[in-house]
Design a protein around this ligand. Structure first.
Ligand SMILES: NS(=O)(=O)c1c(F)c(F)c(S(=O)(=O)CCO)c(N[C@H]2CCc3ccccc32)c1F
Ligand SMILES: [Zn+2]
Length: 227
């Protein structure tokens, strides 16, 4: 595909030129503000299966030039009735020195220092994520907003390795850990909407779940991520 970036000659304004879906109507991310929100009591808690990955297993942490991504194992699944979705990868969005708040979703116009996305595909309907990405109902991404506060040992599983993947295409293996520890406690409090990938090719194929409560990492941990 074409090269794209978050700024410069291939920045966000150029994305629609090379990627037909970018700039479309179902585009993510969103600002969750009160006059677009509607309480829905039928929404059930997100169920996680196989998230407590043994240390004998390994995840690949890599710098793909756009974000740090962690390749997950296919025994990790979620259920969003009536479908089961298999985990593919998680990745981080954070800011830069001159624009330190890097979350993609906002709450009442408030942007957070960072955001984690855990990407899953509908494995009841599609055999792999490539096919699922082409389908309007193919993907389910869980969003975890990050706020600065107390030190978070669980995030060290990822953040402690960032120095060894400073450059694009660098990757390392890390031991499995309980990925649920990255999540907020309340898996029943979240924002839900049908949207898109937030990066090219911006496919409108994502059922978004962004948890209402942020998780905390320390200032020092945030600076490890923020370049
Ligand atoms: N914010 S987001 O959740 O929309 C989102 C990203 F922001 C992002 F950067 C990536 S990526 O793969 O790390 C790099 C560009 O695809 C993906 N990757 C997904 C998209 C399709 C696909 C296929 C295989 C593995 C991962 C992904 C993504 F879903
Ligand atoms: Zn993302």
């Amino acid at each position: 595909g074409y090269s794209w970036a978050y700024s410069g000659a291939h920045g966000e304004k150029t994305w629609p030129t090379n990627y037909g879906f970018c700039g479309g109507v179902y585009q993510s991310p969103l600002d969750f503000h009160e006059n677009i929100l509607q309480y829905d009591s039928s929404l059930r808690p997100i169920k996680l299966f196989g998230y407590d990955v043994a240390t004998a297993e390994s995840f690949t942490v890599s710098n793909n030039g756009h974000s740090v991504s962690v390749t997950l194992v296919p025994t990790m699944k979620i259920e969003i009735e009536p479908f089961h979705y298999t985990a593919s990868q998680l990745h981080l969005h954070w800011g830069h020195k001159n624009n330190p708040k890097g979350s993609e979703h906002c709450i009442e116009g408030r942007r957070f220092p960072a955001e984690v996305h855990v990407v899953h595909y509908n494995s009841d309907k599609y055999t792999d994520i490539t096919k699922a990405t082409e389908a309007a109902d193919g993907l389910a991404v869980l969003g975890i907003l990050i706020e600065v506060g107390s030190f978070n040992p669980s995030f060290e599983n990822i953040l402690s390795h960032l120095n060894s993947i400073k450059y694009k295409d660098q990757s390392i293996q890390i031991a499995g850990f309980n990925v649920q520890e990255l999540f907020p406690k309340r898996l029943d409090e979240y924002f839900r909407y049908e949207g898109s990938l937030t990066t090219p090719p911006c496919n409108p194929s994502v059922l978004w779940t962004v948890f209402r409560n942020p998780v905390l990492i320390s200032e020092a941990q945030e600076q490890k991520a923020c370049r």
